[in-house]
Ligand binder design. Structure first.
Ligand code: NAD
Length: 353
């Protein structure tokens, strides 16, 4: 086992973790622990190079700092990645080795599930370190985050509607959801329950047909979905969907969904506001998963009531972002980042005094 620190400016610790025996090559990044231990998932991907993996892990770790700061989870930001083909190199021993590296951080980094990582994989990590979250309820964890993320996004959509229309009532609002997977699918159900006119699209046509049949949604093809008139557009598939090509086609008043990094570039957030579209920043809206997981650290362990109470605060966080954007004459995405920075600075000042 070999752990080497990689100096990265602005990060508390980034380390390369190599275990020859199991074939593990991983990176762990701790961006900032001012507000608490750095929690962020473990991603397993066939990166082209270690450089690509490093770019990804540091960017994601910083994103977790911001997300947790605005969501007030009492956590800092971190992330880890395993480099390699999950189809071929996954083994219990590899995850045990990963656990030993996580343990080397002494609790300043806490891991969780991310791309290509299952609960079964996390169980192996848990064999060699206690710093693992997101295990099942039976094992004392907070379980699958997706239904909570979906609920939090609906709270966020209601808050955005209140800001834009003066009422959070979604009855009769045309809401277009792109991507009806674990989160988008549950969001569609919750929005329909609130009387919204739900329109869905997904590249999985069978899934769209089954959901429309069961819940009575309307559907539109993925290629034409942006031509569908709607009040609220909810990107819930992949990142970078809000870009130069898509913005001119948007007919909505609000963009609010769960997809991470939905703006291709920060300037696309400004372009949305120039077009009079209210953008509810993705990392504020989709924070319920991390909020839910953060409750595992509460005294007495995970408690759903506490989690739900904190998830409802997404509405207040979002309103604070909208207010800050208006006060400073900046885009809402910039305001959300600023709010995170202000909260971290305030905590730093309090720790110094
Ligand atoms: P998922 O894989 O279950 O669902 C994604 C869905 O999008 C799939 O049904 C897929 O077929 C569809 N899709 C992919 N490309 C598409 C396209 N071009 N057009 C239409 N549909 C397309 O994933 P998920 O867990 O629901 O996550 C969705 C997004 O939310 C991701 O960006 C994820 O990072 C983000 N997110 C998820 C959580 C969570 O708790 N699961 C938390 C925070 C953020």
């Amino acid at each position: 086992m070999e752990i080497t620190d990689i100096p990265v400016e602005g990060y508390e610790r980034v380390a390369r973790c190599i275990d020859q025996e199991s074939g593990l090559h991983a990176l762990i990044a701790v961006h900032d622990t001012t507000l608490g231990p750095a929690l962020g998932g473990l991603r397993f991907l066939k990166y082209e190079s270690e450089e690509d993996a490093l770019f990804d892990v540091v960017r994601l770790a910083k994103g977790m700092t911001r997300k947790s700061a605005v969501a007030d989870t009492g956590l800092g930001g971190g992330k880890s990645v395993i480099i390699g083909d999950p189809e071929t190199i996954k083994s219990p021993e590899l995850f045990r080795a990963m656990g030993r590296f996580v343990d080397n951080f002494g609790g300043s980094y806490i891991t969780a599930e991310d791309m290509n990582i299952s609960i079964a994989d996390l169980r192996h990590v848990r064999e060699t370190t206690p710093y693992v979250t997101g295990l099942s309820r039976e094992e004392g964890g907070s379980g699958n985050p997706s239904p909570y993320t979906a609920y939090g996004c609906v709270v966020g959509i209601e808050a955005a509607a209140k800001h834009r229309y003066g009422s959070s009532d979604l009855a009769g609002k045309r809401i277009l959801i792109q991507g009806v997977g674990a989160v988008g699918g549950e969001m569609a159900r919750l929005l329909k329950e609130r009387g919204a006119d739900v329109i869905i699209c997904d590249i999985k046509e069978d899934r769209v047909a089954a959901l429309c049949e069961e819940f009575g949604y309307r559907s539109v093809s993925e290629e034409n979905h942006l031509d569908e008139e709607c009040d609220i557009y909810a990107p819930c598939a992949r990142g970078a969907g809000i870009n130069d090509e898509t913005i001119p086609r948007l007919t909505c008043d609000i963009v609010a969904g769960c997809a991470n990094n939905m703006l291709l570039e920060p300037r696309h957030g400004d372009e949305l506001s120039q077009r009079g579209i209210l953008y509810a920043p993705d990392f504020v809206v989709n924070a319920a998963g991390i909020i839910n997981v953060s409750v595992e650290r509460h005294e007495g362990g995970y408690n759903e009531e506490v989690a739900m109470e904190k998830i409802h605060r997404i509405a207040d966080n979002l309103e604070e972002v909208f207010q800050l954007a208006e006060e400073r004459g900046i885009g809402t995405h910039t305001a959300a980042q600023l709010l995170a920075e202000l909260r971290i600075e305030r905590a730093k000042a309090e720790q110094m005094s």
